[in-house]
Design a protein around this ligand. Structure first.
Ligand code: SF4
Length: 358
């Protein structure tokens, strides 16, 4: 039976037989063609007959078709923009890392609650950067600025890097770069199962590979366009067997009817099916659902049938930086979520570490 989370073929865009993203439109910044990866991608899409246009800046791409804002949004999510990352000042990425590693922005998924709805705002297209040597050189500078300390980089702040890895190979480059850094560590999170090209990367244990998981209800209703629970779980097993430190981010923690049983069921399935190798160094990160007023209006515009509950009256307003706050669960409800998840994780994964609840 169809639910709001089941994606119309037209919404999902083109995928290969393996479920890999295939863009409908591709834009290049002229400068990107001066890098081997840019040139390679240009030749690839020319060969495949994907319509290519040039754009003066990856920040302002004009010409993505669509009559309405929603149509433009959907088409933008099927558009690949190949550019050069000029700003080499990395954003902070608390609480999971010191810095965000900028490899890409935008995502092919259509998770209703996704913070990218506002974070990349009017530029929801998929941007990938080809000047990785410059980006890694900057990361090295940040690592050197903290001698004797571990510096962590998060590669999934503005994108799901696994979903586009078949296009650029940048994630593997980043993993191997960080494998060579004594004091550098990489982390990223994904909702996709396309991990095979990363299994032989020389990670040296310096990359924590995390999967985003959720209760069946949340995945079914709010995560169209991503890999299913079972696929993510199988991919997590492969990643653990490849020797990566593994983690799960359970986010957004969402209070649907029967949420306690739903989250218990999810963790029990995980316990039953996860390969034993994965539990040796396992982390969990817990993030409750949150939204802003701007996000709410964009979500309702883009996914008008969504069941996502965003009633400000039922939530607590949490002030953030620069006066920009968000709506989270009221203290009591947040505590219930935290206690339930932490207790179940302790019961089922006694060696695992919960890194934070936020
Ligand atoms: Fe957003 Fe992650 Fe879903 Fe992509 S997979 S739409 S980044 S929540």
């Amino acid at each position: 039976m169809a639910t709001t989370g089941v994606m119309e073929a037209s919404e999902k865009g083109r995928r290969s037989e393996d479920g890999l993203f295939v863009p409908d439109y591709v834009f290049f910044e002229p400068g990107a063609l001066e890098y081997p990866l840019g040139e390679e991608l240009y030749r690839r899409y020319q060969r495949e007959g994907v319509p290519i246009q040039m754009t003066t800046s990856h920040n302002q791409v004009r010409g993505i078709p669509g009559e309405t804002d929603v149509e433009k949004y959907r088409n933008a999510k099927r558009t690949l923009v190949v550019g050069v990352r000029k700003t080499l000042k990395f954003e902070p990425s608390k609480p999971s890392a010191e810095y965000a590693l900028p490899l890409a922005t935008g995502c092919i998924g259509h998770c209703h609650y996704c913070y990218l709805n506002t974070n990349v705002g009017s530029r929801p297209y998929i941007r990938v950067y080809v000047n990785t040597d410059e980006i890694f050189a900057q990361a090295e500078t940040y690592i050197r600025e903290r001698p004797g300390e571990i510096t962590r980089f998060e590669a999934a702040c503005t994108s799901d890097p696994v979903s586009i890895e078949h296009i650029t190979g940048n994630l593997k480059r980043a993993i191997e770069f960080m494998g060579r850094q004594e004091n550098g560590r990489l982390r990223f999170v994904t909702k996709f199962h396309h991990v095979d090209s990363l299994l032989d990367a020389k990670h040296n244990g310096h990359t924590r590979f995390r999967f985003s998981l959720n209760a069946d209800y949340v995945i079914r209703h709010f995560e169209p366009g991503t890999s299913g629970f079972q696929q993510r779980l199988e991919a997590a097993g492969k990643v653990a067997l490849a020797g990566y430190p593994l983690g799960f981010i359970v986010a957004p923690l969402y209070r649907f009817d029967g949420w306690e049983a739903g989250y218990t069921e999810m963790l029990e399935k995980l316990r039953q099916q996860l390969v034993p190798e994965a539990t040796a160094d396992l982390t969990f990160e817990l993030i409750q659902h949150r939204f802003t007023k701007i996000a709410k209006s964009l979500i309702l515009q883009r996914y008008p049938k969504t069941k996502l509950e965003m009633d400000e009256e039922k939530r607590k307003y949490k002030w953030g930086k620069y006066g920009k706050g968000k709506y989270v669960y009221a203290n009591e409800q947040a505590k219930e979520l935290q206690h339930h998840l932490e207790a179940e994780i302790a019961r089922l994964f006694p060696q695992a570490r919960v890194e934070y609840f936020t």
